[in-house]
Design a binder for this molecule. Sequence first.
Ligand code: GAL
Length: 415
Amino acid sequence: MNNKILIAASAALTISIAGLAKAEPQAEVLHWWTSGGEAKSVAVLQEEFASRGGTWTDMPVAGGGGDAAMTALRARVLAGNAPTAVQLKGPAIQEWYEEGVLADISSVAESQGWSDVLPASIAGHMKCEGTWCAAPVNVHRIDWIWANAAVLAENGISMPTSWDEFNAAANKLKSAGITPLAHGGQAWQDATVFEAVALGIGGPEFFHKAFVELDQNTLKSDSMKAVFDQMRTMRGFVDSNFSGRDWNLATAMVMNGEAAFQIMGDWAKGEFLAAGKRPGIDFLCASTPGDGFLYNVDSFAMFDVDGSDKEAGQMLLAELIVGKNFQKVFNMNKGSIPARVDVALDDFDPCAHTSAQDMAASNSGGSLLPSYAHGMALRGAQAGAITDVVTAHFNSDMSSSEAVEMLANAVANSM
Ligand code: GAL
């Protein structure tokens, strides 16, 4: 080979290596974090991604709980044009994996030592047949009750520690002309309240039997009737404009004193914080009456896409999502606690401390349970069957006996 050819060949090699190394990370990210607190939180990831040279194409699909986002995802995948990264969680991760459309992110998980920093229960949700197929962001708790501190004080009410206390407080507030319960009549919000009530009234074992094992006798039990009785009582505590209201507008009703309580996952706290409200001063947090802890772990899955820039984007996103700094800053904004066990909580608010303590206690006491309403416990068909009944009951005069019959049948037919 003469010198000229050698020089030309080595120049070509340098260019192509530079080209490879420079595959600039790209990511189109589908998520449903569009409320004030949520948008502030996801911005942390966008900034970190940009600071590492990534280009983020945002694909937000508004709609709490993610139902609309999941419909948009299906349409994109069917059209053969999947987004690079998708907010996806619980058994839906494995459902998509079974369709053969998820990318394997094991190389990042292994090089970043995820197994050493994630609790086994969370890691389990992120794996598909032994490979890592999703990256966890946080742990949200569902069974929370939020309150306007001044409204409670003015009415001589303290945070309820039983459902009877809750009902008594709500009746008192109602007589004083205050909406006791801020609620948005959307199916997933009905389900959120329902599962908190079910855990509280039935207890952790009942919850597991009903919403994890789908045990027919439990679904039809007297305890389940009592849960629907309480839902009927709570229907009397919401205002007349509740239908269709977004969850963050319900949170705003508590903030401005129009309503006293909201039962909602701790993304509601992200909303209070984003509005400058202080925990323990402007708003109060407590777990809903009863034992146990309903967890909801947000995560991102990467979809099979072509292009080294997109693949680089996926690997970078996965690395950042489980990164220590992101897990701290994001979760301080989001209202959740980190999925990693090695992030110090010193800078987190008291509600986050309660969450972490209760989660640890529930874990050792066997009452740490996956949220069915937020897609952690069941596959889509079963969760949907339950939620349909919950919503039909809440929005009609259906009796509790009819509701449990319908529930048991709907679940049986969804299998
Ligand atoms: C949940 C999700 C949370 C929060 C909430 C309201 O399903 O896990 O991160 O976004 O919906 O949109």
